[in-house]
Design a protein around this ligand. Structure first.
Ligand SMILES: CC(=O)SCCNC(=O)CCNC(=O)[C@H](O)C(C)(C)COP(=O)(O)OP(=O)(O)OC[C@H]1O[C@@H](n2cnc3c(N)ncnc32)[C@H](O)[C@@H]1OP(=O)(O)O
Ligand SMILES: O=C([O-])CC(=O)C(=O)O
Length: 375
């Protein structure tokens, strides 16, 4: 007799874990991060406070924040062999694939690789938070035949990240907006990449492996890859009129429009997108060029009218990164770098209270009579 099992395509609505880290409260419209609303925090604190909140369970005072920044700076250097590995990659390698290789290679430098304790995982999380921005920035630079930019410890964490990518120290406004984007990308409950990391960690595999898998997950255009896809779409159109026609054409062809829709916020705007929309306005006003802002707004109107769909964070993060002068192929790696903290916190939590993920299937294939096979 067939066993009765529940099936929800895409695991829609299924509870996959118990967590103290975060929760999308759609009733009260809050992105709860250890009890605080991420949107409220985005107006009062920066990325490093969220790092402390996720990894230590509390918002830091000035002294604790300074200690955290120092600890991360001590982890900035990446092994020279990793740069050598990155140099061996074919020129056309996507920076997300290079990042996946770089994070995977870091495992070999961990003297305690078989230790899954929370304290050693926490040390690893700081290592990764120190090194991932350097891998992101310099894998892009190496693939594009640019000089490696070494970390500058005199700059803040976010400024240094921006500096390693562009070779320029950001202005105060650029630093603030870039830092805010990292904060908004830092943690988001149970997206596909976090689920991937937790599934891998649940076999008692290590943090590097869990994050390597999460990079692969985040690369997909239905997830983190959407931010670069949005930018290519905006540039392909170039004007409001052409963007409206492009979207209408895609919808007529039943194509998905990148940057719209979300499993959890499908019928309203991702609250993080609104913060990046405001940042885009600020950057456009400062440059006296509102073309991207106007195009994005026009896209919102069409998508609401035609599909009842609203922007997710990637829709507004993409033009913000463009206005900040960041190369398009590095948008998804930046998202990953920001998410490193959330992923590490989830892996630590998974290892602390583990049961291996092993779901079942509804078998819909054929069955052959045993007697027929044995005869
Ligand atoms: C930060 C992030 O990672 S946010 C996600 C970034 N990804 C994107 O922007 C990619 C575009 N968006 C999507 O593909 C989806 O909205 C997802 C992947 C985010 C969510 O997917 P799901 O929850 O599985 O929703 P699903 O794809 O089933 O969509 C439900 C309906 O809305 C439609 N829909 C959803 N998103 C879109 C879109 N972006 N463009 C056009 N139609 C869409 C679907 O075609 C479907 O319509 P139907 O019921 O008539 O078939
Ligand atoms: O929550 C999701 O499914 C995707 C997302 O917005 C994120 O990872 O930030």
């Amino acid at each position: 007799m067939k066993e009765q099992v529940n099936y929800s395509p895409g695991l829609d609505g299924i509870i996959a874990a118990e967590t103290k880290l975060s929760f999308l409260d759609t009733v009260q419209s809050e992105i709860v991060i250890r009890g605080y609303d991420l949107i409220d925090l985005s107006e009062t604190v920066g990325y490093l406070e969220i790092v402390n909140l996720l990894l230590q369970g509390r918002l830091p005072d000035a002294e604790e924040k300074a200690g955290l920044e120092k600890a991360l700076k001590n982890e900035y250097e990446i092994p020279v062999e990793i740069l050598k590995i990155l140099r061996l990659l074919p020129e056309k390698t996507h920076p997300m694939d290079a990042l996946r290789t770089g994070i995977s290679a870091l495992a070999g430098y961990d003297a305690n690789i078989d230790d899954r304790s929370a304290s050693v995982n926490l040390e690893r999380a700081y290592k990764l938070l120190g090194k991932v921005p350097a891998i992101v920035a310099n894998s892009y630079r190496v693939l594009n035949k640019q000089e490696v930019v070494l970390p500058n410890k005199d700059l803040s964490y976010s400024s240094n990240f921006y500096y390693m990518i562009t070779g320029k120290v950001p202005s105060a406004v650029e630093e603030k907006i870039f830092d805010q984007s990292l904060l908004l990308y830092s943690e988001h409950e149970m997206p596909n990449s976090t689920f991937t990391a937790r599934v891998i960690a649940s076999t008692l595999s290590d943090l590097y492996g869990a994050l390597t898998g999460a990079v692969a997950s985040l690369k997909g255009s239905l997830h983190g890859g959407a931010n670069e896809a949005v930018m290519y779409m905006l540039l392909e159109a170039g004007t409001v009129d052409k963007f409206e026609r492009l979207l209408e054409g895609k919808l007529a062809n039943k194509e998905k429009i990148m940057g719209f829709g979300h499993r959890v916020y499908m019928k309203k705007m991702d609250p993080r997108a609104l913060i990046m929309k405001q940042a885009l306005k600020q950057l456009c006003d400062a440059k006296g060029d509102d073309r991207l802002y106007k195009m994005c707004e026009a896209g919102e109107v069409i998508m609401e009218r035609e599909k009842g769909l609203y922007p997710n964070l990637d829709y507004y993060a993409a033009p913000v990164y463009y206005m900040l002068g960041l190369p398009i192929s590095i948008y998804t790696p930046i998202f990953f770098s920001a998410r490193t903290v959330g992923l590490c916190a989830h892996v630590i939590e998974q290892h602390a209270n583990n049961r291996i993920f092993r779901p079942r299937v509804n078998y819909i294939g054929e069955r052959h009579n045993r007697n027929v096979i044995s005869n």
